[in-house]
Design a protein. Structure first.
Lengths: 112, 116
């Protein structure tokens, strides 16, 4: 069964727009929620991660929001650029501190 | 290049053949993880290894799949008697000895296995 549910499966946004991707989980071994960015033919690369002693973390145009009571976290890409076109995966340590469970991925297309 | 190195990048095998995928972790990393990515899906954990030890193979299919991380050389993921359903991208990640395993995860570029 899917332990981390990610939506939407894909989205198209105009250059300069905001991309929002959501993830939900049931339980985690501990609180650490990374987002990975993957370009075609490449491996996933860590984009941004949050250890929720805070409810939000921002790095440049990328922001993670975390709602612990709802067991949800989201990625916001502000001022989306064509170079942001990629597949984004959320992940969480569902079982222990070395095994990540990934969402199914969101393919983001930014139109110029 | 100090990243996680995987080879080959692409591998084509006929049904019934063996596939060997190799992974050299980042310098200073002693923990290796293998994940499989099927088309249109996220990555699924397969196995976690340290030098000469398999720590967790709970995600490995019970038959035909094996993994090792010898004292010297890269980690090897071996698939015997491949079937079409084994076609996928296989990613290796490594993490450092200390500081929290998953915080330091770094993925390689993957091996794309196609079984014909």
């Amino acid at each position: 069964q899917q332990q981390v549910k990610q939506s939407p499966q894909s989205l198209i946004v105009q250059k300069g727009g905001i991309s929002i991707i959501n993830c939900a989980y049931e339980n985690t071994a501990f609180d650490y929620f990374p987002w990975y960015q993957q370009f075609p033919g490449k491996g996933p690369a860590l984009l941004i991660a949050i250890r929720p002693d805070v409810s939000e973390k921002k790095e440049g145009r990328f922001t993670i929001s975390f709602n612990k009571s709802a067991k949800q976290f989201s990625l916001h890409i502000m001022d989306s650029q064509p170079g942001d076109s990629a597949t984004y995966f959320c992940a969480a340590p569902i079982v222990n501190d070395y095994k990540l469970s990934f969402g199914a991925g969101t393919t983001v297309t930014v139109r110029a | 290049n100090a990243g996680v190195m995987q080879n080959p990048r692409h591998l084509v095998r006929r049904r019934g053949q063996e596939a060997r995928l190799r992974c050299s972790p980042m310098k200073g990393h002693s923990h290796v993880y293998w994940y499989r990515q099927l088309p249109e899906e996220g990555l699924k954990f397969m196995v976690y290894l340290q030098k000469e030890n398999i720590i967790d193979e709970s995600g490995m299919p019970k038959e035909r799949f094996s993994a090792e991380f010898p004292k010297e050389g890269p980690s090897i993921l071996r698939i015997q008697q491949v079937v079409r359903g084994d076609s996928a991208a296989y990613f290796c990640a490594s993490s450092p000895e200390t500081g929290g395993y998953i915080y330091g995860y770094t993925f390689g570029s993957g091996t794309r296995l196609t079984v014909v």
